[in-house]
Design a protein around this ligand. Structure first.
Ligand code: F3S
Length: 654
């Protein structure tokens, strides 16, 4: 039977059941795992507790790429721990300076048909080369590393048929911003977007990564392109053509839905504060004075992106009121740009080159000024994501960002270059990248690895493990939130906060710090509590600290109108019960600090429907539990770590 590309790859990795039905749980064998420094300590602490001798997937890679500002001892403590624990368990390390995880992973480890899980929501970046790449929480990565098949709710597969060709001055960013404009940040929940058609064939891998990476902002499980001639070219340029295999949808295959986008009709777009789906055209957006521009990041930090931005800037200078920085996504790209003269163009134009790292994208440096307008080529513009909740962040392509840097307001490459904008089309990805893997530390042999001592500085605190839910829960509402709460709202990012993530007792004091600074103290004082959330609760970054910190503060359940996939998985893993209002109108009837009561909780959970009494208001309401059998079991036994240990013990006993 003719199959689409996504089903082919999922089928090839299916452990159980034999059928893949959208909405039903499937379990998948994983080929590769990826972690990065600001989320990974919890992953490896969990893996240590599991007690295996070595990672059991083909390739596990630990990236030291997000926080390279060593403000004090905490981040170097983390990096030294991560490097030593990787050596102990057979994991590659990508050292600081090698580049941003997704860019390096696709270039040096990715291959068509593989299935990868990453502890970062932008893991789908690798879908650009016909891989199935899924972002999950850190505990899921520890689980994947045991070789136990990973559970996933089978998504719907949506075909995105691309026709036409991008116009000069336009970037693949226009495609993903158009997807967000049409489908919103919730539109991709429970879906895989599979890009095909003649327009897709015109896009190089560097273009495709922008689309698959930022597909995370749609809430999608992942996004994928076929492994075609463009992928062969990329793999050849990486010196890995032997790992290329053509892979695409079968002729006449079916999909669960279809979207059409004509690339020729797109024009430069801009996502306005504070959501990536708040999209309009640069032509129509209200002109504002721009204070800061950031070019690069994992979404748009490719050779082609940076070179085209440099061409827009050539012969111009960054506006005197603009601070313009550039974060190139990998060392090999940097070296090629240097060789081809683009770095000089950037420097001559007054652009400041940053480390080859995430940096400002997750508020590690370069925060905008008070009420500052920042233009970025990254993927998220949530309030506070850039480190300053008063800032207004707009998302655009590198070509448009460079134009904004020159004029000091929202502009396009066409406005700067006029008819010469067609010259941008001459800039394509290199035929060969300067390969240099000296910053990648390969795994040790099994024997040598056993001799490695894991180094734990004072910032490495033990991993807290939740208790199983009690049968009779009586507690208050510690927080009632609005819609679209992000994991950045729950666990703020910045150089300072990110360096606390290995130390939950410390980090939990800053839970919801920017949204409600009194929350952490209140929740702690209550001892146990429930959070009431709106729509799309927990969207954004995969960081599991957004579940661990509330768990540590005694949060037992979150009742929301709807919930983002990765965050829901993280809540399950860390023993917080994710519940959905059966009637969303009940949200309005509950207030913060109401007294809630659930009798026979564990029994009711088994029915996937829980009645909650609000004793303050004298009302009752019901919540659904959208959980598979195994997810339910995980929560009932007190989180994924306890569950996994039990599973492995049972496997050993057989
Ligand atoms: Fe890094 Fe930002 Fe990408 S934090 S992985 S550059 S989304």
């Amino acid at each position: 039977m003719a199959q689409n590309l996504s089903r082919k790859i999922l089928q090839a990795h299916l452990a159980k059941p034999s059928e893949m039905v959208p909405g039903e749980e499937i379990c998948l064998k994983v080929d590769q795992t990826l972690t990065h420094d600001i989320n990974a300590v919890m992953t490896y602490l969990a893996f240590e507790q599991i007690g295996l001798d070595r990672t059991r997937v083909e390739t596990s890679v630990s990236y030291l790429d997000h926080n390279l500002l060593y403000l004090d001892h905490k981040t170097p403590d983390d990096h030294i721990y991560l490097q030593s624990v990787a050596k102990r368990y057979g994991v590659y390390v990508s050292r600081p300076g090698n580049g941003i995880c997704h860019a390096v992973q696709v270039a040096r480890f990715g291959a068509p048909g593989k299935l990868s899980m990453g502890g970062d929501s932008h893991t789908p970046h690798g879908g650009s080369i016909g891989m199935m790449c899924i972002g999950v929480g850190g505990m899921d990565i520890a689980t994947a590393m045991t070789g136990v098949p990973m559970r996933l709710k089978m998504p719907q597969i949506i075909r995105v048929n691309l026709t036409g060709k991008l116009r000069p001055g336009c970037n693949a960013k226009e495609v993903i911003l158009e997807m967000l404009r049409r489908n919103t940040v919730k539109g991709g929940l429970g879906k895989i977007y599979e890009y095909t058609g003649p327009g897709a064939a015109t896009l190089e891998v560097a273009d495709r990564v922008t689309i698959t990476n930022m597909g995370a902002e749609l809430g999608a499980t992942t996004s994928i392109f076929p492994a075609d001639e463009m992928v062969r070219k990329f793999m050849k340029a990486q010196g890995r053509e032997d790992q290329f295999a053509e892979l695409g949808p079968d002729e006449g295959c079916s999909y669960d839905g279809e979207i059409e986008i004509n690339l020729s009709e797109l024009e430069p777009l801009i996502a306005c504060p504070h959501q990536p789906d708040n999209v309009t055209t640069i032509r129509q957006v209200e002109k504002k004075k721009v204070q800061q521009v950031l070019i690069g990041g994992c979404t748009n930090g490719s050779y082609k992106d940076i070179a085209r931005a440099a061409m827009v800037l050539k012969g111009h200078h960054v506006h005197e009121d603009v601070s313009c920085t550039c974060a190139i996504s990998s060392k090999q790209i940097y070296k090629q740009l240097l060789k081809d003269g683009y770095i000089e163009m950037l420097i001559d134009a007054g652009v400041r080159l940053l480390e080859l790292a995430c940096g400002p994208c997750c508020a590690i440096g370069q925060s905008p000024a008070t009420e500052g307008v920042a233009v970025r080529t990254t993927n998220r513009n949530f309030k506070g994501r850039a480190g300053n909740p008063t800032a207004h962040v707009y998302l655009v392509s590198p070509e448009s960002a460079a134009a904004c840097a020159v004029t000091g307001t929202f502009s396009t490459a066409q406005e700067i270059m006029g008819g010469d904008v067609v010259r941008l089309e001459e800039i394509l990805e290199p035929e060969a990248y300067p390969i240099d893997d000296s910053q990648l530390i390969p795994p040790l042999s099994v024997e040598a690895a056993r001799e490695v001592e894991i180094v734990r500085g004072p910032n490495i605190a033990p991993l807290p493990v939740p208790d199983a839910p009690e049968q009779h829960l009586k507690c208050k509402v510690s927080l009632k939130t609005v819609d679209n709460i992000t994991t950045d709202d729950i666990t703020p990012a910045s150089a300072e906060f990110s360096s606390m993530r290995s130390n939950i007792p410390l980090m939990s004091q800053y839970c919801y710090h920017r949204y409600d600074p009194a929350f952490a103290a209140r929740a702690k004082e209550l001892g146990k509590s429930i959070i009431i959330g709106g729509e799309n609760y927990g969207q954004g970054s995969s960081r599991e600290h957004a579940a661990i910190n509330p768990m540590y503060l005694g949060v037992k359940a979150v009742v929301a109108k709807s919930m983002a996939r990765i965050h829901k998985g993280n809540l399950v893993n860390h023993g917080i019960i994710p519940m959905i209002f059966e009637d969303p109108a009940d949200y309005d009837r509950i207030s913060q600090m109401d007294d809630l009561e659930i009798v026979n909780l564990r029994d009711q959970m088994a029915q996937r429907r829980v009645e909650i009494r609000d004793n303050t208001k004298g009302i009752s309401f019901t919540a659904k539990l959208d959980l598979s059998d195994s997810e339910l079991e995980v929560i009932l036994c007190g989180g994924q770590l306890r569950y996994l240990k039990k599973q492995l013990q049972e496997m050993d006993e057989k």
